[in-house]
Design a protein around this ligand. Structure first.
Ligand code: BG6
Length: 475
């Protein structure tokens, strides 16, 4: 008997996001999105953080989301490759401005909807379960210019209009939905995650939490709407997760690590439990933030709790109190260096046991089914004799999947599925680079968007295929 195994009906597969995969900028009458205005290079981060207005860029910059890896035109070939690997689930996102080009119109753009219907049908053809992220880092630019994006309450209705169209059009075809990708990213990359740029003297914390409040209300309303339209719908939250270790056993370090984790769990606490946690209300008081939650909103939050909790996990982090300068990167959040761990080429600390710890922490906190919707290694690949031997990616994924199996079989955690990130190579969200690759399938394209776009299965493709076929027993 193998040590590792996933439950029957466990959904193993992969994930992409429209802004990093699709391209197809001028197809289907698509409108302009925030992500279409974020360049690669040194201006990317200040823009993503809302500190630099993209309108102030010179004209000659490279906007990778506009072409990405041309998934818009390769989707049927790509889904065929996923089917060859035996995928049970494919997570992808809707480009809001492909369906509602300006965001505040009442009627959707049929050409955009048809595209997503084709993607869904293609999945169903191979018995691949579609898992849709309704919003993964994109906002129609018109909604940013006209309403100030999520700082404005009106966004809730525009988002709900999108949800209504998707839930009715794809009723019976799609069962699994996520309301907002990494909803906690709004506090860290407010323009990329939510279309927010800030005025010079604006109180950034006030605007960010107000916008977050609007997204949380929108998310709860979407859950209720999805259930109303089809009781078979299962709707999940999605959090950028990763456990945080205190740097030392100094209680101050533990306190700080806990505060840090709470700034993320704040979102799931509301989405899963249906009310603002007391620590958040006290925090608003201390910071003099004006986030008023009226009775109607309290009811909306209480009624719209999620069916399951999804999250991304790439790395753990270390937090300390002594302002150590020994920092490294992680999925946007920085961390102190952990002397016990190795890091990826981008400084993200590789911690498979941290994955099991994270699964346990979240399950202990909420006791609801979990879904791992992002995990993987961003790495450079080299093509030698037409082949990519990405043993480093296999090592990363194998060690994480083993811990996932232990969390399920030894800790008793209910996990619905696992979708590795960027199953087909795509553009990096944080850096805009193409060379930071996650896929089982190589895409022939360079940093300037040049290349044949040819898809080439890597060594990990064949390895993952066996993992799926054996439902984890070959791990
Ligand atoms: C998550 C996002 O933050 O991490 C993805 O949901 C992103 O969009 C992924 O691509 C990996 O991050 P990066 O910066 O390596 O692309």
């Amino acid at each position: 008997m193998s040590k590792y195994q996933f439950p029957d009906n466990f959904l193993l597969g992969g994930a992409t996001a429209a802004n990093q995969y699709e391209g197809g900028f001028s197809q289907d009458n698509k409108g302009l999105s925030n992500v279409d205005l974020i360049p690669n290079g040194e201006k990317r981060l200040p823009i993503a953080k809302g500190l630099l207005d993209p309108d102030k860029l010179e004209k000659t910059v490279n906007f990778p989301a506009r072409y990405a890896v041309d998934g818009r035109n390769f989707y049927s070939k790509d889904i065929k490759l996923m089917a060859e690997m035996g995928f049970k689930v494919y997570r992808f996102s809707i480009n809001w401005s492909r369906v509602f080009p300006i965001g505040d119109e009442e009627e959707p753009n049929q050409a955009g909807l048809r595209y997503y219907e084709d993607v869904i049908d293609e999945c169903l053809k191979y018995k691949i379960e579609p898992l849709i992220t309704i919003n993964h880092f994109d906002v129609p630019v018109n909604l940013i210019k006209k309403y100030g994006s999520w700082r404005n309450q009106k966004m809730i209705d525009f988002y709900l209009n999108l949800c209504h169209v998707l839930f009715t059009r794809f009723k019976g075809k799609v069962r699994y939905w996520l309301t907002f990708n990494e909803i906690n990213m709004i506090l860290h990359l407010p323009y990329l995650a939510a279309g927010l740029t800030f005025e010079k003297n604006e109180n950034i914390l006030q605007t960010s939490y107000l916008a977050a409040h609007h997204q949380l209300i929108a998310s709860a309303k979407a859950v209720s709407l999805a259930h109303e339209i089809d009781p078979n719908n299962k709707v999940g939250s999605m959090l950028a997760a990763g456990c945080v270790y205190p740097e030392t056993c100094n209680p101050l370090d533990t306190w700080q690590a806990m505060q840090d984790e709470r700034s993320s769990y704040f979102f799931t606490d509301i989405q899963v439990r249906g009310y603002y946690p007391s620590y958040a209300l006290k925090y608003f008081e201390r910071k003099k933030l004006n986030i008023s939650i009226n009775d109607e909103e309290k009811n909306i939050l209480r009624r719209g709790t999620v069916d399951f909790i999804s999250f991304s996990y790439y790395n753990s982090r270390v937090i300390g109190n002594n302002n150590s300068i020994n920092k490294t990167n992680g999925n946007i959040f920085t961390s102190l260096k952990n002397p016990y761990l190795k890091s990826s080429e981008w400084g993200w600390q590789i911690d498979p046991l941290g994955f099991r710890i994270t699964l346990n922490q979240i399950y202990d906190r909420y006791q609801k089914p979990l879904f791992v919707v992002e995990n993987g290694l961003g790495s450079k690949d080299s093509l030698e004799d037409g082949k990519i031997n990405d043993y480093y990616r296999i090592n990363y994924l194998r060690s994480h999947l083993r811990e996932l199996s232990k969390a399920i079989n030894e800790d008793g955690i209910e996990v619905l599925g696992y979708t590795s990130w960027g199953c087909i190579d795509l553009i990096s969200a944080s850096t805009g680079e193409m060379k930071k690759r996650y896929g089982f399938v190589y895409v022939d394209m360079d940093e300037n968007g040049q290349g044949s776009l040819k898809r080439i299965p890597k060594k990990s493709f064949y390895w993952y295929k066996e993992v799926i076929a054996s439902n984890g027993r070959t791990l």
